[in-house]
Structure formats: structure tokens, C-alpha cells
Design a protein around this ligand. Structure first.
Ligand code: ZN
Length: 901
């Protein structure tokens, strides 16, 4: 029998048709597989569960805004997409072989590239569908959380332009490995290996993303700034790796297996002619990869000097090695700052000029002025008298200037300088967070520092060892004759007067501490003049610029303003309320507020803190502006932080300690205490229990992680868990023991005595004395234990029961045990004899919502004790120190359920 002859037409139309049908076939093959559905379903469940927690950051509830949600859903689903991409890359490459179909398939007249491309397209389609599912999960999660401001544009950018391309890089790598290697599982192992290896390489300082397959430049989305200055780095790094992936694809096509011949040598032989045919395609990818890699390299290594984290540490270490010898060199002090600063938000740059008034407050002439320039932003330092530069060590941030005529004691002079920072191109990570198209915020660090700056030293003990530096110097003891005259915050300055003119682009508002004197526009730029008048401030100022909306209010004669990103209106009223309640409480209890304005300014979430400059508080967009209290007893961190930063206008901006042990508590612990009291005014004493418990847990965790030694509060050096958490707890407890009024009186007296002290600056000896003055004799031990020692309690409710009395009351019997130990800060503890006044109490209600029926203090003089209390209501709980006012290493066992006997 004769078969009819068929004319074979292998033109390009046919190839496209084949490509499409093969892609379709392969796509449906994959999505009909059970494992695919299993993985996809697990992914969806996983993503939806995590989506539920997207609005929770560091234990605080916030609105699940799109950047949080999209980060969670893409982060949680990434591994699933990688698994599916890699798994089915293997299956597609080996399917024909596994089912012993390869001889038929491979003899089909399908072009090599079309075969490969259809596999790639099928996988791309699969991943696109999955990525879209992830996107929908994000929207669903937001809706389920009651958040309906759907930002589809941002979702699309993040999912399809950043997330999906990274998955395509995985697919291309997997397809390449599956083709070139003769073993499916080895190829899988290598793909997995990549994902394990890359974080390890970062650990070892291999951070150059041009060598780390598929690694794109790090970025942060901000509501104020969008993808902002990260766009270019993202575009070029993604283009680069997609091109490299494309090149891998070309190699894979050349090496594709055909027929039964499978030895590597023979495939190599077969690859050459194919490679030749693929040269044009390879050239395109090479050109694209070369260009994008080149642009990336040029920006990240040529325009911006690329330094690894380790290299940056070497520089700080070398600065210390070279110049620490000058730490105690007599230098004049800054007493006035005048600056003109031009901010160019669209270029993420600024330039400025200014002068310091320097005064010689030593008793000897000074003939050399030293300058630290840790941000490499200072230029052109000169003086109002002849001088010559004797050292200019740009690499290690230091310069010295010899004055022809020395500065005599009590004489003052002017030091002029220029400052500037210019962003050029883009960096691979380590972009300076201070500069943004919308939301510039930089501070005095960009201005010259007179002398050696100890705060530029590396403080991580491990890193110091690596750099062969001695352990960080201990701070001087209170009363140290030298450091008593050094200001805790700015060792090169005294109190200063401050005046500035700030300019920015026409659509932005520029700010600096001080009162707005005038604003005007010249050549399309807006100018603002700020003056602090005669009010003295710390030499600690900031410049900000942004497209803000402004909310205004008034508390007595104080103007209140919040500069915020439109759309972030959620908590503005509460922020105002915290400011007013705070001003009210602080003025009444501590003394007058020194300014006539208080301003909070939102800045992009590249950094996450709020900071108190004189009458000006920059507040990160991510930490309060989007807060959302879900339950009535959720901790209101926004309220607390606002009150804390406001309190620093007293504790830090009126009172500054000397640069000695303990001084940090006189700003941070007092700001914490003040804020707790404001919280108490707003939310009531019972609500505060949760805050105190939160502080206690964090303190215990902090001391558990201590790598040096833990100091008592009044000797705290650089231990934030002591000055924040322990400080808040013990100040609050002291107020509970001796009364809030007495504590506040002690604070007021101490502040009055030391307000704007010039040196010697106050230290914690005077502070403790002020507290002791207000403390009755039998409670003096509280100050010794809490402030001057490290004392830990282990209080426990052992048993609790009650009987109904004939008068229809309830008699509760509570058995407790109480222990007290003194810690030496290095892990050793010694038991102490207990002779302490401690709360005991009886409650009704649930553990979460206790209602106090009887709460009073008892002198506990033995390690176990039994107490009887008669209450009117049926009790549910009883306990010792039930509110965790004391530092109790096991705070959970202080309360016990009472049973009817
Ligand atoms: Zn603070």
C-alpha cells in the first residue's frame, strides 16, 4: 500500500503554531497534575494565614497597608513558586524520557529553540497564574482585615515587575541545569543549593550582586516615596539577571538532547553547530546583559565607591586607631550654630554653608582645631583668623587646623564651613536613608564635629574583636573630674543658639527646629527662615523636607502641628491628644515647656524611630501613623511614643547629664516614666498593667542577651533595655510606693536645680539624692534595690481559697512565697533577706480583665506567708505583686485562681 505523500512545510508560521500548541499542551499538563494542585493549595492556605498577621509588626497592630501585605504574601509564597518552577522544569525536561517517548518526540521536526521556549513559556504561564493568585490572596486578606484601600497599581508593580521576574530567573536556571546535567535530582539539588548558599555568602562578605545569581538590589517601598530612588537599581539588576538567564537558555538549547546519543562529549560536538545558529540570539542577550550589568556596575562601583559592610567597619576601626589619642585634647566648644541649607529632593542631595561660634572654656590657649567628618560631607573649613590645614585624612574622616594666633581662654571665634551630600546614580544597598524624593530627613551628623567623636566607634563587642580593637571603653564614673564637664549628647558643644534658612523645591515644605520667621520663593524654590530666638538648645538639629499635609491645633499658647503624608490620617487626633495631655501633665508636674510650638513630622520608613529634636519630632511612617488598635486593651504605642518624645523636651532638652555612667537614664528612663503617666491619664491604671508586663518581659529578655555586663540603672552605660525597660518599671514602682506627687516633686526639684546646667553637668548621684529626699526612711531600700543594685524577685502565689462568711462576705486565704536575689551583672546571684513591702490582692473577673476587690501592701519578712482578706464580691483570683510592679523573673505565677473550700 502506498501512503499519500505529505509535503512538509517547516516555515516560521508552522514554528509559531507549534510553539503555541506545545506551550498550551505543556501548561495544561502541569496544571492537571495532582502535585501542582497540592502545592498550590498549601501555598494559598499558608499565604492567607500569614496575610491575617500582616497588620502586626513587633507586637503592635497596624493597618495592613499594601506594602506590608504584599511583602507578606510574596515572602510567604516565594518558596512555593520556586519549588513549582524548579520541579516542573525538571519534569518538562525529563517527561519524554521518563515515559520512554523521547525517540519519537525528539525526531519530531520541532526546532530546538521552539521546544525550549515552549517549556519556558509554559512554566512562565504557570508562575504568572500563581503570582496572580498570590495577588488576589493579598487583596482578600486586606478585605478580611477590614482594609479596603486597594492599591492595585502597587500590587501589580510588586508582583509582576519585581516578584515574577525573580521566579523566571529560577526557571531559566533550572531548565539550564536540567539540560546540561545528566541527572534530574542533581539539578534539583543545585537549584536548592543556590538558595541555601546565597545567604551564607552574604554572611562571608560576598555581597556583590553581580556575582550572586538572581539577587536583585535591596529596596524599600514607602507610602511617602513609592519605590522612589530604588527604581533604577531594580530595573537594571532585574534586566541583568533576566539577560543572564536568557543566555543560560541559549546554552540549554544548544545542549538539548536529541535521540539516544547522550554522552557529554558527543552532545558538546552536536552543540557547536547549533550554537552557531543561535549566535544572533546569544548576542542579543549578551548585549542586554552586558549593558544592564555595565550600567549596574558603573553606578554601584564606579560612580559610588562600593564598600562591603566589613570595609566600612575597617574604616571606623582605623579612625579609632589613628585618632582616639585626641579624645581628651582640649578643644573649643560650639555655642552657636547658623546654617543655610538648600535641599534638592529631586536629586536626593543638599548643600549648605554655615558657621559655629567656638569658645575656649579651658584655662589654656588652643592653637589647633580638630574636625571629624564621619559622613564625608564637610568641605572648606576656615576660621575668622589666619590658619593652615595640618592634616586632611578624608579616608578616615579627620582633619586638623593650626591657628596662627591661638584662641585664648574665654575668647570666641567663628568657624565657617560648607556641607553637602550629593547622591550620584544608585547604589547596591546602603542607600542613604536620609535622602528621598519626598521625605528628606538628615541631622547634625552631616555637620562638622569638633574633635574626636567617640560615638563613631564600633560598639558591637564581636565586631571589635574582629577588628582587633580593645573592648569598648567603660564610661567614666559619676563625678569624674574630666567627664563631668562633658555634655552627654554632644561632647563638642555646650547649649547653643540656633538659626537657619532652609530651601527646597517649590512643591515641598522644608523644616528645621525653631520658629518660622518668614518664607518666600525665589527662582522656583521655597525658602524658610527658622530662628530659636534666645532659647538655648542642644547642638542637635535636623532638616526635613516633604510634600506634607498639615494638621494644626493649639494647647494654651503652644502651637501644635503634625506634618503628615496624605492618606495617613488614621491617628492624627490621638497624636494631638497625646501632645496636649503630655504638655498638661509635664508643665504641671515638672515645670514650664521652653518653646511655643511642638511639631511632629512624618518621614519615610527607611528608618524606624521617632526622635526628639528641639520642638520638632520626626516620626517614621511605619511606626505610628498606621497604628490600629483592634481591641480596647491593645497597647497604644503611638500615644506612648508621642508622649515619650514630648517628655524629652524636658528630659534631654532642659536637663542634660554629664558624659558619665547613669546619665542616659536621666533622659530615657524619665521620658519613659513621664509617658507611662500620660498613658495612665488616658487609659487608666488597670490598662497600664499590660504595658508594664510588656516592659518587664523585654527587660528580662534584654538582660538574658547581655554580652558584656549588666549595670544597675544609675550606672547604665549603653544598655537600652536598662534605661528604657528597667527605668520605666522602677520609676513607676517608686511612684506606687511613695506616691506620684512625691516622685514628681523630686523630678521637679532636680530639674530646677540643673536646668540648662553648663558644666559640671548633673549626674545620677544628685538624681538619687533628690529621690531619697522624698522617700520615707522605711522605703529607702526601694531606691537602693531598684536604682543602685540589680535585684530580682521570685514571688509566687502558692495556694488560694475562700469561704463564705455568715455575713454573706468572702474570706480569702492566700499563701505566698517571696524571694529576693541580688545579681552582680555578670551572672552571679546571692539571696537577700526579704523585708519588703509588697502588694497582695484579691480580684474578681477573668485573668485578662481583673477587677480589684482588695489590693494593699503588706510587709513581707519571711519567704512564705499567709494572708486573709475579706471581700464583698465572689473572688476568682488572688496573688502577690499581681500587677508585676516588681522585677520578677517569673511574673506569670504571681496570681492564682481561688477555690471555694
Ligand atoms: Zn527617648
Amino acid at each position: 500500500m502506498e501512503l499519500p505523500r505529505v509535503t512538509q512545510v517547516f516555515g516560521s508560521a508552522t514554528t509559531w503554531k507549534q510553539l503555541l500548541s506545545m506551550t498550551r499542551l505543556r501548561f495544561f499538563n502541569i496544571v492537571h497534575e495532582v502535585p501542582f494542585w497540592a502545592i498550590a493549595l498549601i501555598m494559598i492556605v499558608f499565604v492567607l494565614i500569614s496575610g491575617h498577621f500582616a497588620g502586626r509588626s513587633n507586637g503592635v497592630e497596624v493597618w495592613p497597608v499594601t506594602y506590608l501585605m504584599v511583602a507578606v504574601v510574596s515572602g510567604q509564597s516565594g518558596l512555593f513558586l520556586v519549588i513549582i518552577g524548579a520541579l516542573y522544569a525538571g519534569e518538562l525536561m525529563w517527561r519524554e524520557r521518563d515515559v520512554r517517548f523521547e525517540q519519537i518526540h525528539d525526531s519530531l521536526p520541532l526546532r530546538d529553540w521552539a521546544d525550549f521556549v515552549s517549556k519556558f513559556l509554559a512554566l512562565t504561564l504557570v508562575e504568572t497564574v500563581l503570582a496572580s493568585v498570590v495577588l488576589v490572596c493579598g487583596l482578600l486578606s486586606q478585605a478580611m482585615e477590614g482594609y479596603f484601600r486597594f492599591e492595585l497599581g502597587q500590587y501589580a508593580k510588586e508582583i509582576y515587575l519585581i516578584y515574577l521576574p525573580q521566579m523566571l530567573m529560577v526557571i531559566l536556571l533550572a531548565l539550564f541545569l536540567q539540560t546540561v546535567l545528566g541527572n534530574k535530582f542533581v539539578a534539583h539539588a543545585i537549584v536548592v543549593g543556590f538558595f541555601v548558599l546565597i545567604p551564607v555568602l552574604y554572611q562571608y562578605g560576598i555581597e556583590n550582586r553581580l556575582y550572586l545569581y538572581g539577587e536583585i538590589t535591596p529596596y524599600t517601598y514607602s507610602d511617602m516615596n513609592g519605590y522612589g530612588h530604588f527604581v533604577r537599581g531594580l530595573f537594571w539588576s532585574i534586566s541583568y539577571w533576566i539577560s543572564v538567564g536568557g543566555l543560560l537558555g541559549v546554552f540549554a538549547v544548544s545542549f538539548a538532547r536529541r535521540g539516544t546519543e547522550q554522552s557529554f562529549a558527543s552532545r558538546l560536538k552536536a552543540a557547536w553547530p547549533r550554537m552557531a545558529r543561535l549566535t544572533p540570539t546569544a548576542t542579543v542577550f549578551l548585549l542586554l546583559g552586558g549593558t544592564s550589568g555595565g550600567v549596574f556596575y558603573y553606578n554601584t562601583h564606579v560612580v559610588n565607591k562600593f564598600r562591603t559592610a566589613e570595609q566600612n567597619r575597617h574604616r571606623s576601626a582605623e579612625y579609632e586607631r589613628r585618632y582616639k589619642k585626641y579624645q581628651r585634647l582640649a578643644q573649643p566648644k560650639v555655642t552657636a550654630v547658623d546654617a543655610e541649607v538648600d535641599i534638592y529632593p529631586e536629586r536626593r542631595s543638599f548643600s549648605g554653608r554655615g558657621y559655629y561660634t567656638l569658645v575656649n572654656h579651658t584655662d589654656k590657649p588652643i592653637d589647633e582645631v580638630h574636625v571629624t567628618d564621619s559622613r564625608e560631607s564637610v568641605e572648606d573649613v576656615n576660621f575668622d583668623r589666619p590658619f593652615r590645614q595640618t592634616l586632611g585624612d578624608k579616608e578616615y574622616f579627620y582633619a586638623t587646623y593650626q591657628l596662627d594666633k591661638p584662641l585664648e581662654p574665654n575668647e570666641s571665634m567663628r568657624m565657617n564651613f560648607r556641607v553637602a551630600y550629593t547622591s550620584r546614580g544608585f547604589k547596591d544597598g546602603n542607600e542613604r536613608p536620609e535622602f528621598a524624593y519626598n521625605g528628606t530627613f538628615f541631622d547634625r551628623d552631616y555637620f562638622p564635629f569638633v574633635g574626636y567623636n567617640q560615638s563613631d566607634e564600633i560598639d558591637d563587642p564581636v565586631r571589635r574583636r574582629e577588628e582587633k580593637l580593645a573592648p569598648l571603653e567603660e564610661m567614666a564614673a559619676p563625678g569624674d573630674p574630666y567627664y563631668s564637664n562633658i555634655n552627654l549628647f554632644t561632647s563638642d558643644s555646650e547649649w547653643v543658639t540656633f538659626h537657619s534658612i532652609v530651601s527646597t523645591s517649590a512643591d515641598q515644605i522644608a523644616m528645621a527646629p525653631g520658629y518660622l520667621k518668614r518664607d518666600w520663593t525665589v527662582n522656583g524654590r521655597r525658602y524658610f527662615e527658622y530662628d530659636m530666638g534666645s532659647t538655648r538648645i542642644n547642638n542637635f538639629f535636623s532638616f526635613l523636607s516633604g510634600r506634607f499635609s498639615v494638621k494644626r491645633d493649639q494647647w494654651r499658647d503652644v502651637k501644635l502641628e503634625i506634618y503628615y503624608q496624605p492618606g495617613h490620617e488614621y491617628n492624627l487626633d490621638k497624636m494631638m491628644d497625646a501632645s496636649k495631655t503630655g504638655l498638661d501633665y509635664y508643665e504641671k508636674n515638672f515645670g514650664p515647656f521652653q518653646f511655643q510650638q511642638f511639631r511632629v513630622l512624618e518621614y519615610p520608613r527607611y528608618r524606624q524611630f521617632a526622635q526628639s529634636f528641639p520642638n520638632t519630632v520626626p516620626f517614621a511612617e511605619g511606626i505610628g501613623f498606621i497604628e490600629r488598635l483592634k481591641k480596647p486593651d491593645d497597647i497604644d504605642l503611638l500615644y506612648f511614643v508621642t508622649a515619650h518624645e514630648l517628655a524629652h523636651q524636658w528630659w534631654g532638652h532642659q536637663l542634660i547629664g554629664s558624659q558619665t555612667q547613669g546619665s542616659n537614664m536621666m533622659s530615657e528612663s524619665l521620658a519613659e516614666y513621664s509617658a507611662l503617666k500620660v498613658m495612665e491619664k488616658k487609659y487608666g491604671e488597670d490598662m497600664l498593667r499590660k504595658d508594664l508586663r510588656y516592659e518587664l518581659d523585654r527587660y528580662l529578655r534584654g538582660r538574658g542577651g547581655e554580652t558584656r555586663h549588666e549595670p544597675p540603672l544609675v550606672l547604665v552605660q549603653r544598655e537600652p533595655y536598662v534605661w528604657y525597660q528597667k527605668g520605666a518599671l522602677v520609676m513607676y514602682a517608686l511612684a506606687d510606693y511613695i506616691g506620684e506627687d512625691r516622685v514628681n516633686l523630686a523630678l521637679r526639684n532636680f530639674l530646677e536645680k540643673n536646668r540648662y546646667a553648663k558644666g559640671p553637668y548633673p549626674d545620677t548621684r544628685g538624681f538619687v539624692a533628690a529621690l531619697r529626699e522624698q522617700t520615707p526612711l522605711d522605703l529607702q531600700y526601694v531606691i537602693t534595690d531598684m536604682f543602685e543594685s540589680i535585684v530580682l524577685y521570685d514571688n509566687r502565689a502558692v495556694t488560694g481559697s475562700y469561704v463564705e462568711t455568715p455575713e454573706k462576705k468572702f474570706k480569702v486565704t492566700l499563701k505566698v512565697s517571696a524571694q529576693k536575689k541580688k545579681a552582680d551583672g555578670s551572672g552571679n546571684e546571692t539571696p537577700m533577706t526579704i523585708h519588703d513591702l509588697i502588694d497582695v490582692g484579691v480580684f474578681s473577673g477573668t485573668k485578662e480583665h481583673l477587677k480589684r476587690l482588695n489590693l494593699h501592701k503588706e510587709w513581707i519578712t519571711q519567704e512564705t506567708g499567709t494572708f486573709e482578706m475579706v471581700v464583698d464580691e465572689k473572688p476568682t483570683f488572688a496573688g502577690i505583686d499581681p500587677y508585676n510592679k516588681l522585677i520578677d523573673r517569673n511574673p506569670a505565677d504571681n496570681l492564682i485562681e481561688v477555690e471555694k473550700k
